[in-house]
Design a binder for this molecule. Sequence first.
Ligand code: ARG
Length: 260
Amino acid sequence: MKKLSILLIVLMALGLLIGITGCGGGEAEENGEEEALVIDAAADAVFAPFEFKGESGEVEGFDADLIRAIGEAEGIETTIKHIDWDGLFPALESGDINVIISGMTITEERKAEYDFSDPYFEATQIICVREDSDIDSLDDLVGKSVGVQQNTTGHFAVQKIEGMKDEDIKKFPYTPDALMNLSNGLVEAVVGDAPVVLNYIATNPDCGFKTIESDEFEKEYYGICVKKGNTELLERINSGLKKIQEDGTYDEIYKKYFGE
Ligand code: ARG
């Protein structure tokens, strides 16, 4: 009986101690002694309307507005800068940035190495050709030179086409590069994210392109990417995303870039 009460006292003291140190941590955070959580994001800002460089050189677009709104909703200081697509994962790994928001599709391969937020946008691939082209389906691309942005899901989708030769896949650093080379005839078709291809056509009405949809392209979902195991940040991002989806901010941003 005595032993039991001693044990109880010890346990209570322990609980108190844990409670105190727990509070202490919070105080330190309030005093700014602990490093405050920030969002240092990057995007490959050659991917309108999701990310592009504005007149001041700042990254603008759907993704930029979205991550800034998420930061605001969570009270987290947020910045976003440009990094080339192939440099995004290395920058995340080196700690130069802690968030990628770049029209990035959540894929099984990427999920094995990085963590993603809840999906925030649904997209798919689309084929883009010159108006006079007789290419009409995915299979028609076999034997033609096809432009893609390298290491994107468009690139991977073209690689998966049966009979497609790698030498026929022309890899460009930016999606608009691939489309410019469709104009000058270097490639016969481009496969890229539909919202970006359609935005390019809308903003370049004289480009003389048409698009072809295909059921064979899978549905893709964009996610915000963080380093594997960075659950503290990921939870805040998901919480912020949920808040702006519920309070109408997401819809406002959507309307700004895609209309009704
Ligand atoms: N959604 C595609 C992917 O994840 C293309 C994204 C390219 N984004 C960009 N900002 N260039 O592979």
